[in-house]
Design a binder for this molecule. Structure first.
Ligand SMILES: *Cc1c(COP(=O)(O)O)cnc(C)c1O
Length: 361
């Protein structure tokens, strides 16, 4: 028998809150949490295992608290003139974001975000006691430079968090909007770039703005493009002073030696790990084209998933897909569902099912 939350001396500000809730369904075609559904290449897997095996032989010792080799590897991967001093990492970018809010947010401080956005942003705000302020987006979930400036002036937040491309909508975040946010804000501007590798390759990311902007923070993850969600590796690029601030709040040795070894090995194979990104982008574009033909209303997306409207009964369509062994995401946005781009076969299974459902088959 478990005691109910109501009967526990829980923090008052956590009462009535819900935990992160993406269903963990074991179905043949899982397109609900924006994973990279392509397994990593087997020879890369073997190299990672060898590196982890070597780390296991020293697991009696605490890991490198500064994870220097990993930070050097991440700097090499990101390029843009960044060095290890600009890099930080944690167990998923969620932990990175939590550390940022621990250092720069907290009780008495505020964070401005723009919903609908990644649900963990509000959950991390509440967990760290940071007050969430809701910004208003433009038509089609966009955020123009004028809008971001207006919302920052209206709310005067300690932290601004922008998600580009945005989850769950896929919406591009213009570089001009990030610049405008930085100029208007007095505090930290954090850009969550979990899907950066799925952007058009010629488009500049927030990394290009880091030079000379010490309050700008860019978080990334190995969970999506790198097909490394299970390993839990997220990271941050920012001014070295920001990295110093995160050292004040992180738990010592927060990145295990096994995680560090696995991530360094994976980064050695970055081109092979990222080989599927082009295919995923092609499947994403096929989803947009086909759903449009079927009369749905997909949004422009620069990520590895598609949000689409024009769904009369999202819950009913979700259930019909599930009957066919396919899971997508029902985000409770009226008339909408979200689907991750899978392998060609998974994507075909989804699109065939959507055609059948549209035709009432
Ligand atoms: C998936 C996702 C993340 C990744 O979180 P990890 O903790 O690195 O797995 C971060 N931000 C957004 C917007 C995401 O969609």
């Amino acid at each position: 028998m478990a005691i109910s939350l109501d009967d526990l001396p829980l923090r008052d500000d956590l009462r009535g809150r819900s935990p992160y809730g993406a269903p963990e369904a074991k179905v043949p075609v899982a397109l609900n949490v924006n994973e990279n559904t392509h397994p990593i290449p087997e020879d890369v897997a073997h190299d990672i295992v060898e590196s982890v095996a070597r780390a296991v032989l020293q697991v009696n010792r605490y890991p490198d608290r500064e994870f220097t080799e990993l930070r050097e590897s991440l700097a090499g991967y990101l390029d843009h003139g960044l060095t290890a001093a600009n890099l930080w990492a944690a167990n998923g970018s969620n932990e990175v974001i939590q550390q940022i809010l621990q250092a720069f947010g907290g009780p008495g401080r505020t964070i401005l975000g723009f919903q609908p956005t990644y649900s963990m942003h509000t959950i991390i705000a509440s967990g760290t006691g940071t007050t969430w302020l809701d910004g208003t987006r433009d038509e089609g979930f966009r955020i123009s430079p004028e809008t971001v400036r207006r919302e920052i002036e209206r709310t005067d937040p300690d932290i601004v968090i922008l998600c580009g491309p945005n989850n769950p909508t896929g919406t591009p975040l213009p570089i001009e909007t990030i610049e405008a946010a930085y100029d208007a804000a007095r505090g930290i501007v954090l850009v969550d770039e979990a899907y950066a590798e799925f952007m058009p390759s010629h488009v500049p990311t927030a990394l290009t703005l880091l030079e000379g902007r010490p309050r700008l923070l860019v978080s990334r993850t190995m969970s999506k493009a790198f097909a490394f969600a299970g390993a839990r590796v997220g990271y941050l690029a920012a001014d070295p002073g920001v990295v110093d601030a995160l050292r004040l709040v992180r738990l010592p040795y927060h990145l295990s030696s096994l995680t560090q070894a696995a991530a360094v090995a994976a980064l050695r194979h970055a081109p092979e790990m990222l080989a599927m990104v082009d295919d995923i982008k092609a499947q994403r574009d096929r989803i947009v084209t086909t759903l449009t033909e079927l009369g749905y209303e997909p949004y422009e997306t620069w990520s590895n998933f598609v949000l689409f409207g024009g769904v009369d009964d999202p819950h009913g369509v979700f259930e019909k897909l599930l009957e066919r062994g396919i899971i997508v995401r029902d985000l409770s946005i009226p008339g909408h569902l979200r689907v991750s781009a899978g392998t060609e076969a998974e994507t075909t299974a989804f699109l065939d099912a959507m055609r059948d459902i549209r035709l009432g088959a």
